[in-house]
Design a protein around this ligand. Structure first.
Ligand code: ZN
Length: 744
């Protein structure tokens, strides 16, 4: 046996490397010159000792990963020749031409590539056998009853495997037969017809039929391109399951017992519609059984609203299904496409009641999700589940339902209750707080919710949920809901950490990375009990808004629009109902101009609408206090001056009029407000006048009018005459609308 030692350690790169160099070896070797006898006394004549090459172990790949396979010479064989070789490569065994030994095993370079390329496969170990021993085997073999073509009796265990394998192959082949599909489609309907619309007494036929149809569904959904043929099968299954508790029980039991069933249909199935039909079938089936057969469901004798239920079920379909779902979740790294369906199923289960939630918690599902959101911050958690980490590192846009599920569970829990030490051993319902109708966290769950990631300066789980949530896909901003829930904590350390997470996310990051933090800032302002913290966060959003150019506008304008209507009870008590209104007014100098000049037309229009609301609709001056009127008119005066100057500047630079329109509109409104302030005889308002107001208003009105007179609105420009193109000189190319481009 020769070991060719093709793995080395590269001291320059400080890592393992593979040697792919050419190494030739003979098919016959005389080893007598290397034997001890000869080496100790080279003067003695040495007798030839011939070895023949009988096996080559090849390594393909790099030093980090690769694959081994073998070429083995057939011996003994009837011919006794050296040329009968076989290739053994995992489950594939094939004839091998011995003349290919050099190109397939010597390594070195390919002959026919340019630039020259090194082969990544080459002999790793060589096996030689003494010629005399081969010859002896051969002669014994030729005398034995098995001589001739090699035939070895198949061991019975192997024989069974081969038969099963062949049967499986035929079955899989038959799955695609159109007649098979037709049979599956009609089976349940025909069964009911035969039994005159009811089920058989012992349910034997139904058991057979349901198992067959479900098996068919679980095997096929996973494999085929179109799902049209399944609509009817789903319909038949629903009818059967939701009309008879026994049938329902049979079907759910089957789904919970078969290892691949829920994994294939909820997680790995390629068709969103089929995944969603499966989810509905599962949830509706469970709900039906819960109502019709509580014993089979696992809640007999329990008060399911959680008031008196003292123990999580230890038997029953609910538990079996959740256990199966938990194992699907554990292996969900195999396909992220079904995550939304899987976690929506879990959300719906949790919303069925405290018993269901307790089963989900006891099976460690909250723990699992939190681990996913903490992986980036904890090497320990990553090492525990390397397959999942590989997915989490790469995948985006698949976490919305998982985050919703985390929130769904957290919303049923109290962050301030003492924790359960071992969530898998302690019954979560036993520790249920019946006063507040809340569950307690486990120690591990709390650990992950509190986990601080020093590098990101953020609470790991919250931070990651903010980062991964795709706000365009889901209406409710669930990370914000998790944030609100966490803000209920009485632990000052966690409150400070939440604040740092949001405050630094808004102020230190750039859009679009900072967008989720700006979105979360609104939830923060509504739920945080600390006035100083809230003021800091609003200030941070406003400061960041001042610097925005072409990103982050949507999130920012949404924040202020939300803030104007935000409610926070603690702040209401400590300050007054106008706190957020006042904040919007005070900071308007910072965000208004930059947002009104945004590239994104949607942002310009939304800002214009918001400012109209803020200055004219939200609160009538007659009902406002001096405390809010003062900052309001200060902002009006400041913004009017700033915007008039800005409009003049853009006018001189030939900026498109329609681009400026949202700002022009607001500017006019502001000037109007100053005008009205001159005319009022309200005592409070009179005090807010400034000596320069009258002169300024006159100047603004005059300037605006002269500019607007010769500043054509490009929207009004007739485009069909071809003048549209020339007149689009007013603006940049992006101002040309789609229909205008069509005309060009
Ligand atoms: Zn039935």
């Amino acid at each position: 046996m020769f070991h060719l030692k093709r793995f080395d350690f590269d001291l320059v790169e400080m890592r393992r490397s593979k040697i792919n160099d050419l190494f030739e070896f003979p098919s016959v070797i005389d080893i007598s010159p290397f034997k001890v006898e000869h080496l100790s006394d080279p003067s003695q004549p040495c007798q030839e000792d011939i070895f023949e090459l009988v096996g080559v172990l090849v390594h393909q790949g790099t030093s980090e990963n690769g694959h081994y396979y073998s070429y083995i010479r057939e011996r003994p064989s009837p011919s006794g020749s050296m040329t009968q070789w076989l290739e053994f490569n995992d489950r594939d065994v094939d004839m091998f031409d011995h003349q290919s030994i050099p190109p397939y095993t010597f390594g070195g370079f390919y002959d026919d590539t340019f630039p020259r390329q090194q082969k990544n496969f080459s002999a790793y170990m060589l096996f030689y056998q003494r010629r005399s021993s081969i010859q002896q085997d051969h002669s014994e073999y030729m005398r034995s009853p098995f001589s001739g073509i090699a035939k070895v009796p198949v061991p019975s265990s192997l024989d069974k495997t081969i038969q099963d394998d062949n049967e499986g192959f035929v079955r899989e082949y038959s799955l695609y037969d159109p007649c098979h599909t037709k049979f599956a489609r009609q089976l349940l309907t025909n069964l009911r017809t035969i039994n005159h619309g009811t089920c058989s007494e012992d349910h034997h036929q139904e058991l057979q039929a349901l198992s067959f149809v479900l098996e068919y569904l679980c095997q096929m959904l996973f494999r085929v391109k179109s799902t049209d043929i399944f609509d009817e099968i789903f319909l038949q299954l629903r009818k059967t399951m939701l009309s008879c508790p026994t049938c329902c029980h049979i079907a759910l039991k089957w789904l919970a017992t078969q290892e691949y069933a829920l994994s294939n249909t909820l997680l790995q199935c390629l068709h969103p519609k089929a995944r969603s039909l499966m989810r509905a079938l599962l949830i509706d089936g469970l709900q039906f059984l819960r109502e019709k057969d509580p014993a089979a469901y696992g809640i007999e004798g329990m008060d399911t609203d959680g008031e008196t239920a003292h123990a999580t079920p230890v038997t029953g379909i609910l538990l079996e299904v959740v256990r199966r779902l938990e194992s699907v979740v554990e292996e969900s790294y195999v396909a992220a496409r079904g995550w939304d369906d899987l976690y929506l199923t879990l959300c719906q289960l949790s919303n069925m009641g405290p018993v269901e939630t307790s089963v989900l918690l006891s099976q460690g599902l909250l723990d699992f999700c939190l681990r996913i959101f903490c992986m980036h911050a904890s090497p320990d958690i990553r090492t525990r589940d390397p397959e999942m980490w590989r997915v989490v590192e790469k995948k985006k846009r698949v976490y919305n339902r998982m985050i919703e599920f985390v929130y769904t569970l957290l919303s049923k829990m109290d962050i301030n209750l003492p924790v359960v030490l071992d969530s898998r051993r302690v019954d979560r319902l036993e520790k249920y707080d019946r006063h507040g109708s809340k569950f307690t966290l486990s120690r591990d769950e709390r650990y992950m919710l509190y986990l601080w990631h020093e590098e990101n300066r953020a609470l790991a789980a919250l931070d990651r949920m903010l980062e991964l949530f795709d706000h365009e896909k889901t209406e409710v901003f669930y990370p914000g809901e998790v944030l609100r829930w966490q803000l209920q904590s009485k632990d000052l350390r966690i409150l400070r950490n939440i604040h740092t997470t949001i405050y630094e996310g808004v102020s230190m990051l750039q859009p679009p990375t900072s967008d989720p933090y700006v979105r979360a800032a609104l939830a923060y302002c509504e739920a945080c009990n600390d006035l100083a913290y809230v003021e800091q966060v609003i200030d941070a959003v406003a400061k960041a808004a001042h610097k925005l150019r072409d990103l982050g506008g949507q999130a920012t304008i949404r924040f202020f629009r939300g803030l104007l209507h935000a409610e926070n009870e603690t702040i209401l008590e400590e300050r007054d109902a106008d706190f957020f209104y006042e904040q919007c007014l005070v900071h308007s100098k910072r965000y208004s101009t930059s947002l009104l000049l945004f590239d994104d037309e949607g942002v310009r229009k939304a800002t214009s609408q918001f400012l109209q609301e803020l200055f004219t609709k939200y609160k009538d001056d007659a009902h406002a206090t001096e405390k809010t009127l003062r900052p309001k008119y200060r902002a009006v005066r400041w913004l009017a001056a700033e915007m008039c100057a800005k409009i003049a500047e853009e006018h001189d630079q030939n900026t498109s009029r329609s681009y400026m329109q949202p700002m022009i509109l607001i500017c006019k409104i502001l000037v109007r407000l100053l005008e009205q302030l001159q005319d009022t005889d309200d005592e409070v308002l009179e005090n807010l006048r400034h000596p320069n107001d009258a002169a300024n208003v006159q100047a603004y009105n005059y300037d605006l009018e002269t500019q607007l007179q010769h500043w054509a609105l490009d929207d009004d420009t007739p485009v069909s005459t071809g003048e549209g193109y020339e007149q689009s000189d007013y603006g940049s190319e992006s101002d040309i609308g789609d229909d205008m481009l069509a005309d060009l």
